[in-house]
Design a protein around this ligand. Structure first.
Ligand code: PLP
Length: 348
């Protein structure tokens, strides 16, 4: 049984207060735009992010895809980080479902895409090329907060070439909390932003896409086409409203706990733990069997996730200081066992 689940901040379960808000939600048919609670959530997010309009989606993937498709048409392209979620981890949806060509560019170690790489990738007006329409960034990116000056410079550059800008702000509130910037300031750099409610904010389902009124009207049509027109979403929107009212200011606690976890893991040099990035800690263990380590942890009720040869730990509402303490104990035991002298049996 998993007791301490560090795989992702998506694993949280609604608490009693959130469930009560869901049970009490006023609902209507949201496809007819008749659901008062969903409308309240959309108005709340639009206001909080300083945008004209907002639209509720079942997932971050669909909110991003609808955003990309509202910005780009068939045969047009978006510039995106090679390791960005909207390129690498959304099933190729922009290309498959949107006929949009991705132009992936290397992500620098700080999560940015070099400005000259962006500039060089913007295609000239020549019929050989797809038409470059959009720059898509992600913040936080693998837990990293993109620097304020970078957000301004990259979006200014995009605008100067007539490109639109989209932010995958799945963890926008983590970025805001860690940078001390208002979420609206970050959102103001972009034409459109998607934000997940089902990650660190703790709602069970949902993302919101924000942007200008005409853009959101276009996204609404695309959402329907993608099968995301849901009906009595008020029960989900109520959870999201509860999340925004109760779980934003506490994100700093997740960041503090991730820093404590990084310190614990750094005591074991073989783990190759890096300092924490908001609510995430990454490890690139060297000379260590990562699956054996992960399996050992799992045997003690601790779950972590692994991808591309790294292990990732994420803090959230459902892990606490005792969870970090249990990780510390588990690591002590794991490495003590590794140090234990190997018994040599006498050869006959
Ligand atoms: C940065 C980022 N963007 C978008 C998404 C997609 O969200 P969803 O899982 O709700 O589709 C995720 C999910 O993990 C994410 O981490």
């Amino acid at each position: 049984m998993i007791v301490d689940d560090f795989r992702s901040d998506t694993v949280t379960r609604p608490d009693a207060g959130m469930r009560a808000a869901m049970a009490a939600a006023e609902v209507g048919d949201a496809v007819y735009d008749d659901c008062p609670t969903t409308r309240r959530l959309e108005a709340m997010v639009a206001e909080r992010l300083g945008k004209e309009a907002a639209l509720f989606f079942p997932t971050g993937t669909q909110a991003n895809l609808a955003g990309l498709m509202a910005h780009c048409g068939r045969g047009e392209e978006y510039l995106v980080g090679q390791m960005a979620h909207t390129y690498r981890l959304e099933g190729g949806g922009a290309a498959v479902l949107g006929s949009i060509q991705p132009q992936p560019l290397p992500n620098e170690p700080d999560g940015t895409i070099a400005l000259d790489a962006i500039e060089k990738a913007i295609k000239p007006n020549d019929f050989h090329f797809a038409v470059t329409k959009l720059l898509a960034l992600e913040n936080t990116f693998n837990g990293l907060v993109l620097p304020d000056a970078y957000l301004q410079a990259a979006t200014r550059l995009a605008r100067s070439h007539g490109l639109a800008t989209h932010l995958d702000g799945a963890r926008l509130m983590n970025a805001a909390s860690a940078s001390g910037r208002e979420a609206a300031w970050i959102a103001a750099q972009f034409d459109s932003v998607s934000m997940c409610l089902s990650k660190g904010l703790g709602a069970p389902v949902g993302s919101v896409l924000v942007g200008p009124v005409d853009f959101i009207a276009k996204a609404r049509r695309i959402r329907k086409m993608l099968g995301g027109g849901m009906r009595q979403t008020g029960v989900l929107a109520a959870a999201a409203i509860y999340a925004l009212e109760h779980n934003v200011t506490r994100l700093g606690e997740d960041h503090r706990r991730a820093a404590a976890l990084a310190q614990v893991l750094a005591r074991f040099p073989d783990l190759g733990a890096a300092p924490s990035r908001t609510n995430m800690v990454f490890m690139a263990p060297k000379g260590l069997d990562t699956s054996a380590f992960a399996a050992f942890l799992r045997g003690r009720g601790i779950a972590v996730s692994g991808r591309y040869g790294t292990l990732r730990w994420v803090t959230h509402l459902d892990v606490d200081d005792a969870s970090v303490e249990r990780v510390s104990e588990a690591c002590e035991i794991f490495f003590d066992r590794q140090k234990a002298p190997v018994e040599v049996t006498a050869q006959a």
